[in-house]
Design a protein around this ligand. Structure first.
Ligand code: AMP
Length: 176
């Protein structure tokens, strides 16, 4: 079944006041649990990038990994995890950044990307954009080329797109 035939938003559950009061958490586990919705979601995420010669998919811990690994397989690319602090075993680079709720730090292996590699950055949700922007900075530090970012859900009202560089496409399947 084609992605367009499935209303992916119908598979996203809203959980009010999680993980903090006032946050409406967009829970993708119903989408993951439905075989047709999951397949349509991966197809729709990959579609704009099939001819973009993506070498590497970089995905953000932890829900980004679910979509990122499937996309890497689909696009014939390698997979690079961008992880929370102290998870990666070898030498890392890192960056501190602000979240919609709190702050955090992301790390990558220092040898994860070759200079000039064409990268697609993947996560489940973009909220304020802090996580994607921090990841973009790590990818740039390794000399790779960020071709685009792809997310399942964009929380438009938080304005990530206004902070995201205009020359790097940000592909979002569902917008709130
Ligand atoms: P941000 O850095 O503000 O764009 O936040 C994006 C990250 O936080 C992603 O990794 C999301 O998984 C998570 N996140 C932030 N807000 C929400 C939300 N309302 N529902 C689900 N996940 C969220």
């Amino acid at each position: 079944m084609k992605a367009a035939a499935i209303d992916l938003a119908a598979y996203v559950r809203e959980v009010p006041d999680f993980p903090l009061p006032g946050i409406v958490f967009r829970d993708i586990t119903p989408l993951l649990a439905d075989a047709r919705a999951l397949s349509a979601c991966i197809d729709a995420l990959a579609e704009p990038f099939r001819d973009r010669r993506i070498d590497m998919v970089c995905a953000i811990e932890s829900r980004g990994f679910i979509f990122g690994a499937a996309l890497a397989r689909d696009l014939g690319a390698g997979f690079v995890p961008i992880r929370k602090p102290r998870k990666l075993p070898a030498r890392t680079i890192g960056i501190d950044y602000a979240l919609e709720y709190g702050s955090d730090r992301l790390e990558m292996h220092v040898d994860a990307l070759c200079a000039g590699s064409r990268v697609l950055l993947v996560d489940d949700v973009v909220a304020t954009g802090g996580t994607l922007l921090a990841s973009r900075a790590l990818i740039a530090q390794l000399g790779a080329e960020l071709v685009a970012a792809a997310v399942v859900i964009e929380l438009e009202f938080l304005g990530a797109r206004t902070r995201w560089p205009a020359d790097v496409p940000l592909h979002a399947l569902i917008r709130y």
